[in-house]
Write a protein that binds this ligand. Structure first.
Ligand code: SF4
Ligand code: SF4
Length: 92
């Protein structure tokens, strides 16, 4: 199962990862400060929802890493290679 892992101590919300994802499973957060996995695309949604909510309200970097289990991810790694902050990683 592919995992999309965001490090919110590093992410600056550039939106590049969401723009390059060919299967549209990433998005900019509600306050435009971060990118995140689209909730409905996350298999472990209940486990990560609390953390998504926590990050979405923040304006400044937070020391939170969120590991999203995402069945639709095709592991192309476009998000990972295009991120200027090394804030997103893909794991199997
Ligand atoms: S490309 Fe990197 S820094 Fe930009 S929103 Fe995505 S994870 Fe954050
Ligand atoms: S590895 Fe590819 S398909 Fe998976 S989240 Fe990143 S850009 Fe999207």
């Amino acid at each position: 199962m592919p995992y999309v892992i965001y490090d919110y101590a590093k992410c600056d919300g550039s939106g590049t990862c969401a723009d390059v994802c060919p299967v549209t499973i990433l998005e900019v957060s509600g306050n435009k400060r971060w990118c995140k996995a689209i909730d409905d695309k996350v298999e472990n949604k209940e486990a990560v929802e609390e953390f998504h909510n926590k990050v979405e309200k923040q304006k400044n970097p937070v020391n939170v890493v969120i590991k999203n289990s995402m069945p639709d991810c095709i592991m192309c790694r476009a998000c990972e290679t295009s991120c200027p902050k090394e804030a997103i990683k893909i794991e199997e």
